[in-house]
Design a protein around this ligand. Structure first.
Ligand code: SAH
Length: 236
């Protein structure tokens, strides 16, 4: 039997927001490599003798593992065990560096499968009970980030934005001021609605509604919760 890696979207946090297929993959896995922000309730789906490997990587922590180290660990375990799960927060295909891990796995001769997950944008919309589209107002959604990794090319995230589109900014916790100022400078109305959602689906999830005017000076309370910022007329 060939060795197989299943990339599983864990969803936004709450253990019961994983897909049934993802949960089955966890139950069958011999080894699970998981990210930071993965709830213990998810790991509880695994077999009692599973090998758990924490490859958690959060930008704010000094303990961050570089991506090539994560890929190397993935291959090491993928070659050793027949059934490996790589559990990734939200959906694996969104800001998850899935491409790099898939390429490494394929290069090592491992077969792969990707199981989707509930991405943070959708969990945030549910937390705030706010649709991202609105009849006659908003018919498109943009997933983006203003955060640029070290040694990455300049990110033109603010090119061609429009308030009639719902913009969903990932990795937004440290960028509220920058995003607010850039959008005001680009001519967005000061009254454009914005919504900050932290820890969507977590027991302490938190939603704050502001106008664009209020965004640059809004100070987040200190917490480790991941933060989504949404901007657009649909949020009214
Ligand atoms: N692949 C993930 C995103 C990884 S990037 C997904 O599909 O959701 C990490 C960013 O996702 C965080 O900085 C934050 O902006 C967002 N995020 C992840 N979980 C979240 C949650 N429960 N609530 C709010 N934002 C979250």
């Amino acid at each position: 039997m060939s060795h197989h890696i299943t990339f599983v979207g864990a969803g936004p946090g709450a253990a019961d927001l994983i897909t049934v297929r993802g949960q089955k993959a966890l139950q069958n896995a011999q080894v699970v490599l998981f990210d930071a922000l993965i709830d213990d309730g998810l790991l509880a789906y695994c077999a009692p003798d599973v090998v758990l490997v924490d490859v958690g990587k959060r930008c704010s922590k000094n303990t961050a593992k570089p991506q090539d180290e994560i890929s190397a660990l993935l291959i090491e375990h993928g070659l050793k065990y027949a059934r490996t799960v790589r559990l990734k927060g939200g959906d694996p295909s969104i800001f998850g560096r899935l491409d790099e891990e898939l390429a490494a796995a394929k290069q090592a001769g491992l077969t792969v499968e990707v199981v989707p997950g509930v991405t943070a944008a959708l969990a945030a919309a549910a937390a705030a009970q706010t649709p991202l589209t609105r009849r006659g107002v908003t018919r498109s959604i943009r997933i983006l980030t203003a955060t640029v990794g070290a040694a990455q090319p300049h990110n033109d995230w603010d090119a061609a934005l429009d308030p009639s589109e719902t913009m969903v900014f990932y990795m937004a916790g440290k960028q509220l001021r920058e995003i607010g100022l850039r959008l005001l400078l680009a001519g967005f109305s000061a009254q454009t609605p914005t919504l900050i959602v932290r820890g969507a689906s977590w027991s302490n999830q938190d939603c704050v509604r502001l106008t664009l005017q209020g965004l640059p000076d809004y100070v987040l309370s200190n917490s480790d919760a991941p933060t989504i910022l949404m901007v657009g007329l649909a949020l009214n």
